[in-house]
Design a protein around this ligand. Structure first.
Ligand code: ASP
Length: 348
């Protein structure tokens, strides 16, 4: 695979702007504002508020790594179904958090199955900066967090999470999409036949992934989640896994994901998206091709799960694509003051 120098990459990106311009008129997934300065893109509508916090740093010429960390912190502070200590617990009633962060030099840090700590993304950053390791999990991650001044919070659930959990306990159905044909994990699941779409048509996902380009054209990203609600105790999804929930290559671009983590891990999702960009695809095309790769593994199964990819390249172009309708993303740059878009999807 050929690595493009930044200069060549930028030239190439500018060359593809007319194509992107055409696409822009049909959908807002892929607007290009190459080389106009900082930009931050994040998953979901909730990303708009997160972007605001990131923009306070980016807009003043600050570093992308600081912007993504502070952006992620802001949603970890809120009560949200799927991020931070206010999120939905596992099926034993404990909130367990996963997060990772990556900078422009391939430095990365990650925590998984972390309990009672408000800001997993900041612990991940400390892992990146202060240890020779990339990933700490469970008790070890908690111990490391406390050694580094993080406060151990009580185990109590937030009010909405408590309500959801009580509701869930009535049936205690655990229905992740698994590979039923291969019989994987059958012994763990009481019910295998029904997809886990919620009544309102949404899936139980809302991970916050954000990637940013700063005024010095450095890229960084962060991803933080409480994971799938009512997951098995000890289950870890894609979000803290470098190359699955998040990947940054400062020569090319960055990508993040939300959705059924098992499916993202299966294809090293965000690494794939970045490699597709390296091969000349726009962020939109790269996300679309990665989703197609995923769907084509088993189309029937793909009807029942959601995955969305979101990517940003070195030229400040962005794009997203999902398996199902409903995946949104938010974009903030000096051009737009913050906007949310609906991503296109494989199934309509
Ligand atoms: N990707 C997350 C996980 O699998 C879930 C989500 O996006 O909400 O843990």
């Amino acid at each position: 695979m050929v690595k493009l120098s930044r200069r060549k990459f930028i030239t190439k990106s500018i060359a593809i702007v007319p194509t992107i311009g055409l696409l822009t008129s049909c959908k807002s997934n892929l607007i290009a504002s190459p080389l106009k300065g900082p930009i931050v893109v994040s998953t979901w509508d909730s990303g708009l508020e997160v972007n605001k916090v990131a923009w306070e740093i980016l807009g003043k010429g600050g570093k992308a790594i600081d912007a993504v960390e502070k952006g992620a912190n802001s949603i970890e502070n809120q009560i949200n179904c799927c991020v931070g200590l206010g999120g939905n617990p596992d099926r034993d009633g404990y909130v367990t958090l996963d997060a990772c962060i990556m900078d422009e030099n391939h430095n990365c840090g990650s925590v998984a199955f972390l309990e009672q700590i408000k800001h997993p993304i900041s612990v991940a950053r400390k892992v990146m900066e202060k240890t020779p390791h990339v990933m700490l999990v469970g008790e070890g991650a908690l111990q490391f967090a406390m050694e580094n001044g993080f406060v151990q919070e009580p185990k109590t659930l937030s009010k909405p999470a408590e309500k959801e959990y009580k509701n869930w306990l009535k049936k205690s159905e655990y229905k992740p999409i698994i590979n039923i044909e291969l019989g994987q994990g059958k012994e763990h699941f009481k019910n295998q036949d029904v997809p886990k779409k919620l009544e309102n048509g949404n899936f139980n996902h809302d991970t916050m992934g954000l990637v940013a380009l700063d005024s010095t054209f450095n890229l960084s990203g962060a991803c933080t989640t409480s994971g799938m609600g009512f997951k098995m105790r000890g289950r870890v999804g894609d979000s803290p896994i470098i190359g699955a929930g998040l990947f940054v290559d400062n020569e090319i671009g960055a990508a993040t994901s939300s959705g059924q983590g098992e499916e993202v891990i299966r294809i090293c999702g965000t690494h794939l998206v970045v490699e597709l960009m390296r091969n000349g695809n726009s962020p939109y095309e790269a996300c679309k091709k990665a989703i197609e790769r995923l769907v084509n593994i088993n189309k029937k199964k793909a009807r029942d799960f959601q995955v969305g990819f979101l990517a940003l390249n070195k030229a400040g172009e962005y794009g997203a694509y999902a398996v199902q309708p409903g995946f949104s993303f938010s974009v903030t740059s000096s051009d737009n003051g913050g906007k949310t878009y609906n991503a296109e999807s494989y199934f309509k």
